[in-house]
Design a protein around this ligand. Sequence first.
Ligand SMILES: Nc1ncnc2c1ncn2[C@@H]1O[C@H](COP(=O)(O)OP(=O)(O)OP(=O)(O)O)[C@@H](O)[C@H]1O
Ligand SMILES: [Mg+2]
Length: 167
Amino acid sequence: MVPILDEHSLDFISHSEAQTRRLGARLGELLQSGDVICLAGELGAGKTCLAQGIGQGLGIEGPITSPSFTLINEYRPEQARLPFYHIDLYRIEEAKETLSLGLEEYFYGEGACVVEWADRALQALPAEHLWIELRYIVETKRGLLMKALGKRYEQLLREFKRMAFGI
Ligand SMILES: Nc1ncnc2c1ncn2[C@@H]1O[C@H](COP(=O)(O)OP(=O)(O)OP(=O)(O)O)[C@@H](O)[C@H]1O
Ligand SMILES: [Mg+2]
C-alpha cells in the first residue's frame, strides 16, 4: 500500500472492510469542531463503512447506521468527544432540495460532519472541506482518493498521513 501524494492529496488502496474502518477511526481521532468530510463514490463503495470508522474515532460506542431515511443522524457529546453529524444525501431528488435541510446548521456547528453522496449537493458544501472519493476495485479492495480544500484540511491531511502511514 504505497500512497501517491502531493501536498493536497493522498491516493491509496484499502484491502478490507476492517482496514477502511480503521483508517476512518484514525481520521476521526483527528477531527475538530466544524470539520466537514465529504464522501463520494458509487453504491457499495464503502462510504458508510468509512463513516462508521470516523464515528468510532470520535468516541461513539453504539452502532452507527446510515441515515438513509432521516438524511441526518446526530450523535451527541455524551457519547463522543464532539457532536457527530452523519449526513446521507442519497435520497435527495434534486440538488436544490438540500437548501431546505438546513445543512448550514451542521456544517457551521459545533460538531464534525460526514456527508455521504456529497457530490449531490456540491453548491451546499462549505468551500473548505476534506473530499474523499471511494472507488470499487475488486470485491475486497477500494481505492480512496483524498483531497484537502483549504488550510485546515491540508493540516488535517498531513496529520492523517503521519498517523495512518507514518509519512
Ligand atoms: N476495502 C473495503 N472497504 C470498505 N468496504 C468494503 C471493502 N471491501 C469490501 N467491502 C464491502 O463493501 C460494502 C461497502 O458498503 P457501504 O455501505 O459502506 O457502501 P456505501 O458506499 O455507503 O454504499 P451506499 O451508497 O449504498 O450507502 C460492505 O458490504 C463492505 O463489507
Ligand atoms: Mg452508505
